[in-house]
Design a protein around this ligand. Structure first.
Ligand SMILES: Cc1ncc(COP(=O)(O)O)c(C=O)c1O
Length: 458
């Protein structure tokens, strides 16, 4: 079944996976994961090891990021969900509670708002730097705002929002401020030590009241590992949930899940031990060097440009009229590399996202060659040409009246086969799908994506 999967090691997949290039570290994590696999976090009094292990892991994150009181969660989305719940419950407002965020903030905030009954108020980012605009955020805060968000860095262009100014604007209005450091929390301090200029972004910044940091990203831990920190233990209590409203066992949950394996906690704990300060610092140095070389190299390829000046190791590459990034991505995939397409949004052009990790350095010249060759091939093929009227037809579809089979049939008629892989194990051609999505408004994209997923699983 795994034959068609992208490789999780080796640095050729520049999103989703985080390889240290040190197999021993991942093996140690897997052993600890297996050791804790059957332990259930449902009842910490029954398994004291999880309390001790969690205190050590959360403590390490707090030590690095300005203190605070934390919860170990399954990922960035769950950390953000808990921060939003805490904010909602800490400060009841007269109207429907609102989150003010930059358009570049991760959709986990939209998802949390959707699940928890809040509204999202998006604010624009600077069109050149892609950083959040503190004045726009300050102006958007009103009496129903319960949370303001800054990213360190934001995923799309890898830039750090002006955290101090945003947190100050929130504090002036007595509103909580969350820093989404899911990507940067366990990366930026090492980059700073390796010589990068990294502004203060953590809980030591006045006005920052919570922060998320994913250990399954630049902590290099197996998936299912993130920490959310709260400046104040009273705020952390707002993230917790207890129920005694039934005749069964008492429910006390620090996270969204109730029964939950302690495997990821064991995996994260072991990864922190196995890499240690020196290991992370070395990975940080390699990451920084790889990101610099990549930015310089991409800048020299005709028809491509790096968007903004990434402060971290996430690099976003835009194309041009001649070089279509969606075609480039398919070409790279054919050559065994995955470059993640990002759709245009809020005035930011379509681009390719590359997450540089510690393992990228060894292959950075090969990566640049692949990008150059793929750009050349994309230039020769030309941009995706969508059949006339296709976008309008998709936008006008009454999806409610179509079942999944009918949707799949329409997609096939338009030349799009919905599935995980291409024919006969060939790399899938996604350029047309991406081009169609790119031409649609976000709400239609969302409806189509839900359909796409449903068809994939039917
Ligand atoms: C900035 C940021 N926040 C939150 C998340 C969500 O994290 P997860 O996929 O672990 O839920 C991501 C994921 O890429 C991210 O980049």
């Amino acid at each position: 079944m795994k034959e068609g999967d992208l490789p999780v090691r080796g640095g050729k997949v520049t999103a989703y996976v985080y390889d240290t290039g040190r197999p021993g570290v991942h093996e140690a994590a897997a052993r600890a994961y297996a050791e804790m696999l059957e332990v259930n976090c449902l009842d910490p009094t029954a398994f004291p090891s999880i309390v001790e292990m969690e205190k050590q892991v959360v403590g390490a994150v707090a030590d690095l990021l300005g203190g605070g009181h934390g919860v170990f969660t399954s990922g960035g989305t769950e950390s953000i969900m808990l921060a939003v719940k805490a904010a909602r419950d800490a400060r009841p407002v007269a109207g429907r509670p609102r989150i003010v965020l930059p358009v570049t903030a991760h959709p986990a905030f939209h998802k949390a708002a959707h699940y928890l009954g809040l509204d999202v108020v998006p604010t624009p980012v600077d069109p050149e730097t892609f950083r959040a605009d503190p004045a726009a955020i300050a102006a958007a805060i009103d009496d129903d705002t319960v949370l303001v968000v800054a990213s360190a860095p934001s995923y799309p262009q890898g830039v750090i929002d002006p955290v101090a100014e945003i947190a100050a604007a929130a504090a002036r209005r007595g509103v909580l401020c969350h820093v989404d450091a899911c990507v940067g929390g366990w990366l930026l301090p090492w980059l700073r030590e390796a010589g990068a200029e990294v502004p203060a972004f953590d809980l030591s910044v006045p006005g920052v009241t919570s922060l998320s940091c994913d250990l399954h990203k630049f902590g290099y831990a197996p998936k299912g590992a993130s920490v959310v920190l709260f400046a104040d233990p009273a705020l952390r209590r707002r993230a917790y949930y207890a129920s005694a409203a039934w005749p069964g066992y008492t429910v006390i949950n620090a996270t969204v899940q109730s029964s939950r394996t302690a495997g990821p906690l064991g995996g994260a704990w072991a990864t922190l031990q196995a890499l240690g300060r020196e290991g992370y610092l070395r990975l940080g140095r390699d990451t920084l060097e790889a990101a610099r070389r990549l930015r310089r190299g991409v800048g020299a390829i005709p028809g491509l440009r790096v968007l903004g000046e990434p402060d971290s190791s996430l690099v976003s590459v835009a194309g041009s009229a001649e070089v279509d990034v969606f075609v480039l991505s398919d070409e790279a995939r054919r050559r065994g590399w995955f470059l993640q397409p990002q759709l245009s949004y809020a005035g930011i052009p379509a681009n390719l996202h590359i997450t540089v990790t510690g393992a990228t350095l060894d292959g950075v010249e090969e990566l640049l060659k692949v990008i150059e060759d793929s750009a050349l091939a994309a230039r020769e093929r030309g941009p995706v040409r969508l059949p006339e009227g296709l976008v309008e037809a998709v936008a006008g579809l009454d999806l409610e009246s179509l079942d999944d089979a009918a949707f799949a049939g329409l997609a096939a008629a338009a030349g799009v086969s919905i599935g995980a892989g291409g024919e006969d194990g060939a790399a899938p051609e996604m350029a047309t799908v991406n081009a169609v999505l790119d031409a649609l408004p976000a709400s239609v994209r969302e409806a189509v994506l839900v359909r796409f997923l449903s068809v994939m699983y039917s």
